[in-house]
Unconditional design. Structure first.
Length: 566
């Protein structure tokens, strides 16, 4: 995989950091471009011994250091220092509390040590704590989230002037209470969005903005409305507190004051009105988002799992027979032979003290071998073979030598059979060329998988739930990159199957029609999808794996269009 492909998912968040660092969107974007140009000019200079995200931020900060006296950046640094915070304190706060780096990683990025970073954070927090009480407006239509934000603001000693749930309420509250800071979601009740409300408010009032959204990369990619900070849902209270403190410290001078007639307004005021309208509609209108989606975005991706929705039930995709390098007759004969071996090993391990992971992998392989191969199950066999080979060493000391040799030969045979399928070869090659997933990404995927597995049989086919559990356990137990990407593609395909049926129905709902859903679609929305959203699983996936799960907002948008009363 090219360096550009590896770095691309991190660029929206680097832009967020750059803009916050210099308190200027255009200057922040210029610095990001300068860093990318430096990479293009000398790819070998990119740090090779660290994770790509760390290397990207380190190279960016090197560019910032070289240009520290230029333009808006120098103004931002001197402004922060005049408010009692040094540039290093500011960077340490942003890198830890907003970007999520550890103290050790920040030490690497800033060229210091952990103790120095912790000292910077202590002094920065002390300076922030001296900030005077501020007026804060919350624009959020989800009651639980609004209450959480309100509690967080009160804990910091600031005043919540109002909680607005609609465009009109937000405009009225801003006019009456003139907040120093606005915490806003993108979507609100009614026909107008949080983005529209904030855009209108900033035409007449100097104020800082923090968007609290599940999809920060969408807002950053548009580059139209420039918030002070972006916070990703689901959020931690400490992250909200850090963003509020820094927004108040670094935010717009004269916050809470009206913009005088003839004075310079924010950049978005100078954009043509029709461009702003298009941008707002594209981000905030559920129906616009649905129409803009290409059907290919919800097409299944090859992997060890496929799924479809039939009569309101999520079921395993039947798929085409697996294409192999040898004849179908030979593959079938070998499958039956290996199935006999799997049956024998499962019987041999009954009551045995071998690890549950080893038994589980053998039983999973047997389930995969129990039916003729299709395109997905041929790849699933390869994932199970890799998983079995990975867990065997830990269980070997509990096995007699001949039993261990038998299992080892079985795992090798499964691997050889899987390599007869070109689609598995391609899948394995792609997985190995991609970086391993982080522990947080694996847990987010596993959380969604467990949520699907917990659904009643009338909503999700038991066979599909078992297939998903088998793949999930390989990813969780072995750390193997093939297993990890098997879980990634599997969960993605299940969500795409839900998305396809919701999208098809949502497209047919007229703008003025009564928006209801039939019993088939209702079982999905009322059960599986809503529980995954409430549990935070889908939002976590969107935040941790934005490139793969940019489909999630479209799926949720389609579900919202179909809800009764919408």
């Amino acid at each position: 995989m090219s360096l550009g492909s590896v770095l691309r998912p991190h660029l929206p968040f680097l832009r967020r950091f750059a803009r916050a660092l210099v308190s200027d969107a255009s200057e922040g974007d210029r610095l990001v471009r300068a860093a990318l140009e430096a990479i293009v000019a000398d790819p070998d200079a990119f740090p090779q011994d660290v994770e790509p995200r760390l290397g990207l931020y380190r190279l960016f900060l090197d560019v910032v250091a070289r240009q520290a006296t230029e333009g808006a950046q120098a103004t931002a640094i001197s402004s922060s220092q005049s408010r009692g915070l040094s540039s290093h304190e500011r960077r340490a706060l942003l890198l830890t509390n907003i970007e999520g780096f550890t103290a050790r990683e920040v030490a690497f990025l800033l060229g210091g040590d952990e103790q120095g970073v912790e000292a910077l954070l202590r002094s920065a927090l002390a300076a922030i704590g001296r900030r005077e009480r501020a007026r804060i407006l919350i624009v959020e239509d989800e009651p639980i989230i609004a209450m959480d934000l309100e509690t967080t603001v009160h804990e910091m000693g600031h005043e919540v002037v109002a909680v607005a749930t609609t465009f009109d309420e937000a405009i009225e509250a801003a006019r009456e209470d003139r907040p120093h800071l606005i915490l806003a979601d993108i979507q609100l009740r009614g026909n107008r969005s949080g983005m529209e409300a904030v855009t209108e408010i900033k035409r007449v009032l100097k104020t800082s903005i923090i968007f609290v959204t599940a999809f920060p990369e969408r807002l950053l990619a548009e580059g139209r409305l420039e918030p002070t900070f972006l916070i990703t849902k689901p959020f931690q209270r400490e992250t909200i507190k850090a963003a509020i403190s820094q927004a108040l410290l670094f935010g717009e001078a004269g916050a809470g004051e009206p913009i005088q007639d003839g004075a310079d307004a924010p950049d978005e005021r100078r954009k043509p009105a029709d461009e702003d309208a298009v941008t707002v509609r594209a981000l905030a209108s559920r129906s616009s988002a649905i129409r803009a989606l290409k059907s290919a975005d919800l097409s299944p991706r090859h992997g060890p799992l496929s799924a479809e929705v039939i009569e309101g039930r999520l079921v395993s995709g039947r798929g085409a027979p697996a294409t192999s390098l040898t004849s179908a007759e030979n593959v079938e004969a070998v499958r039956l032979l290996h199935l006999e071996t799997a049956d024998r090993l499962v019987a041999a391990f009954e009551g045995h003290n071998a690890t549950s992971a080893l038994r589980g992998r053998i039983e999973a392989a047997r389930r995969t071998l129990a039916r003729p191969f299709n395109e997905a199950s041929g790849t699933a066999l390869g994932v199970q073979a890799e998983g079995l080979a990975r867990v065997l060493p830990a269980a070997r000391e509990l096995l007699m030598e001949h039993v261990a040799a038998d299992v080892e030969a079985f795992a090798s045979d499964l691997g050889e059979l899987a390599w007869q399928f070109p689609l598995f070869r391609e899948f394995a090659d792609n997985a190995r060329q991609n970086p391993a997933l982080s522990a947080d990404q694996i847990e987010a995927l596993a959380a969604v998988a467990r949520g699907i597995e917990a659904e009643p049989d009338e909503a999700v086919e038991p066979e599909l739930k078992q297939e998903l559990a088998d793949i999930r356990q390989v990813a969780e137990q072995t750390g193997d990159v093939i297993g990890q990407h098997g879980l990634l593609s599997g969960v993605s395909n299940l969500l795409r199957a839900i998305g396809r049926v919701l999208h098809a129905r949502a497209k047919s709902v007229g703008a003025q029609a009564t928006k209801t859903f039939d019993e088939e679609t209702g079982r999905l929305i009322g059960g599986l999808l809503n529980r995954l959203v409430v549990g935070g699983g889908l939002l976590g996936l969107a935040a941790l794996l934005p490139a793969e799960f940019r489909i999630i907002p479209i799926i949720l948008a389609a579900a919202n269009v179909l809800k009764p009363g919408k």
